[in-house]
Design a protein around this ligand. Structure first.
Ligand SMILES: Nc1ncnc2c1ncn2[C@@H]1O[C@H](COP(=O)(O)OP(=O)(O)OP(=O)(O)O)[C@@H](O)[C@H]1O
Ligand SMILES: [Mg+2]
Length: 199
């Protein structure tokens, strides 16, 4: 976010967002009580408390969010917040997990035919020729990303660039910026000199 100072807090819980009150005296509001006030507190208020606790440039999250499959977190500490009877575990958002971190954990089942098709498709590259384009299409969650991961992790002598789209950052060339940043190990918290040295 360039020169803008920012910090954020994220909590999780059921809440109500909408109009409260009679038509003459109503307001738009967000109300939420996640389970019991004394244990989890109000998710809306708690996210604001986390935000206040965060350093600038930092995103603090509630413990319930740390099981999220796509991001990594670090325990910052247990802190006392207004409205809580005890110190509450607080975590720092670290990074988005790579496909490798998400998938290398469990065993791959089936998909041998599809893997063989992909292996046959890639062969021309080993002869210095263009292999063309392989297009993989399937329903949401059917295993597309996993299949590609299994395919490229078994490739030998091949540099693989993964250019992922991002459903939130809808910016031109974002897929390549993301990929090149990873390839050159660019970390936003490094100084300009450190970042240049990594190229
Ligand atoms: N053949 C398989 N064996 C074991 N686990 C699998 C297999 N295929 C997919 N999975 C698991 O199923 C989940 C969903 O797979 P994946 O993310 O690859 O789906 P997708 O088609 O890419 O989904 P999306 O459309 O949301 O991108 C993952 O946790 C993945 O590890
Ligand atoms: Mg996918």
């Amino acid at each position: 976010m360039g020169h803008v100072s920012w910090r954020a807090g994220i909590a999780f819980g059921s809440m109500y967002a909408g109009i409260v009150g009679i038509p003459e005296r109503c307001e738009y509001t967000t109300l939420g009580n996640a389970v019991k006030y004394t244990t989890l507190g109000n998710a809306v208020n708690f996210s604001a408390r986390l935000m206040i606790k965060a350093n600038f440039g930092e995103v603090l999250v509630a413990e319930s969010l740390t099981s999220h499959a796509k991001f990594t977190f670090e325990h910052k500490g247990d802190f006392q917040y207004k409205g809580f009877s005890h110190a509450v575990p607080t975590h720092r958002l670290m990074s988005k997990k790579s496909v490798y971190e998400r998938f290398h954990v469990d065993i791959m089942i089936g998909r041998q035919a599809e893997l063989h098709n992909l292996q046959a498709w890639v062969q021309p590259i080993y002869e210095g020729k263009f292999a063309g384009i392989a297009y993989l299409y399937g329903e949401a969650g059917i295993g597309k990303s996993r299949l590609i991961f299994e395919f490229y992790r078994n490739l030998e002598n091949m540099t693989w660039f993964s250019c992922q789209c991002d459903s939130i950052l809808k910016q031109p060339l974002n897929t390549f910026v993301y990929t090149l940043k990873r390839y050159f190990n660019q970390d936003n918290s490094d100084s300009i000199a450190e970042r240049k040295a990594k190229f």
